[in-house]
Design a protein. Structure first.
Length: 415
């Protein structure tokens, strides 16, 4: 295998769309992304120790088109079999945790996805609980374009791979992804990956963006990039990572961040908007003067890095001052409950939600808890434990407690 296959790819321009990786833990999502990009997205120390994705990871990938033998090949490197390719797209991967206890992190990542790569292992039964849970989450949050990856075909026989393929088709028929392509691959041995790149190109197109509107960006990561022991004179401001939904941002712009700084007053959590100046912009290793919608970007600000360290600003929305949706301490949701609880091995019917019941809500990039204060004609009114930015019409993933675990039970629309 060429050494080039293991090197991190060079990114020639800012990505124009986000592709999520979803699926059950240990089915190989992160390994596939590494095979395509050369980048291992699980870099947090606890992730390396446990061998699973905990925080949302990211990696960028160019897509090149090659004319070979009267046909076309798509690949993530600029040369294929000695032939130079044409750059046709650049994408960002949003690598989401597969473990059930990290579902809230996955839902935050889904908020910025234009499409998804649903990974299912060829050597396990279909569907596993988190496979089903992630598929439902993608549906409820409006992710329509999905490519299914049947990974680990190298460790099963041809007959087992066919049976697993049929089980995947049967499972997909119960979702809105019945017509999604299924690409059999071996990420470890780099088998069929060029077919996967082609499917990602053909089946997950960029969605319409509105760069002329005021800036609106979901924050799904945040960092303090100062090394321990940095002299105070050399300290740089905190970094916000996420995806621009609308508008554009330039170095030197002022941005507003909501809900912003949270504090307690009178036993309740309150918020204070934060304002920051954009010091620099980056997309992967690219330095930008201006960033547009699509793909993942990092905004280095003049914020105190203590605010942004360890994902401290995740769940915020950044944008042009005085243009963002309102911060809400209470929500009214039109909730559609599922028939069965999502994510359990056995089939559990969803019980009615009762007054006074706590619910976990994922709205945009934010996760919060809400207590139901009243219910009327399918409309649920909730007091939130921490405020969130929410706009009328936004979708919310709704989870309730079953056997002491949060389980998806429905989808709500913000009123």
């Amino acid at each position: 295998m060429s050494e080039q296959m293991y090197q991190e790819v060079e990114i020639p321009r800012q990505p124009e769309l986000n592709i999520g990786s979803a699926g059950h833990v240990d089915h190989g999502k992160t390994t596939i992304i590494q095979a395509l990009t050369g980048r291992w997205t699980a870099t947090h120390s606890e992730e390396l120790r446990r061998g699973i994705t905990i925080k949302i990871g990211y990696a960028d990938m160019p897509i090149y088109r090659f004319g070979l033998g009267g046909g076309e090949i798509y690949w993530s490197r600029p040369r294929y079999n000695g032939v130079d390719g044409e750059l046709v797209r650049v994408v960002s991967f949003v690598d989401c945790p597969g473990h059930e206890s990290l579902m809230a992190n996955m839902l935050s990542g889904a908020a910025v996805m234009d499409g998804a790569m649903l990974v299912i292992a060829a050597n396990e039964s279909v569907p596993r609980p988190q496979t089903k849970e992630h598929a439902v989450a993608l549906e409820m949050l409006g992710v329509k374009n999905v490519v299914v990856v049947q990974n680990k075909i190298d460790i099963v026989s041809k007959e087992e791979a066919y049976r697993n393929y049929e089980a995947i088709k049967e499972f997909l028929s119960t979702t809105s992804f019945a017509d999604a392509p299924i690409i059999p691959v071996s990420a470890i041995h780099r088998v069929n990956l060029h077919y996967l790149v082609e499917a990602l190109y053909r089946y997950i197109p960029p969605r319409e963006r509105y760069p002329g509107k005021p800036l609106k960006m979901f924050v799904i990561r945040s960092f303090d990039i100062n090394k321990p022991g940095t002299n105070y004179r050399d300290v740089v401001g905190g970094v916000l990572g996420g995806s621009i939904l609308e508008g554009r941002v330039r170095v030197g712009d002022e941005i507003e961040i909501l809900p912003g700084y949270l504090y307690k007053e009178g036993g309740r959590i309150r918020h204070k908007p934060l304002y920051a100046t954009v010091e620099s912009l980056s997309s992967g290793r690219l330095k930008l003067d201006v960033a547009y919608p699509g793909g993942l970007v990092g905004i280095q600000t003049d914020l105190d890095p203590s605010l942004t360290k360890s994902d401290g600003m995740v769940g915020n929305v950044a944008g042009a001052p005085d243009s963002l949706p309102e911060v809400r301490y209470e929500l009214s949701l039109d909730i559609e409950l599922f028939r069965y609880v999502v994510g359990t091995e056995e089939s559990l019917e969803v019980r009615p939600i009762s007054r006074g019941e706590p619910l976990r809500l994922n709205i945009g990039p934010a996760t919060t808890l809400g207590v139901v204060t009243s219910i009327s004609d399918g409309i649920y009114h909730l007091n939130l434990s921490r405020p969130v930015v929410a706009e009328e019409g936004w979708r919310a993933a709704v989870a309730a407690r079953y056997d002491n675990k949060w389980r998806l039970v429905g989808v709500g629309t913000v009123l």
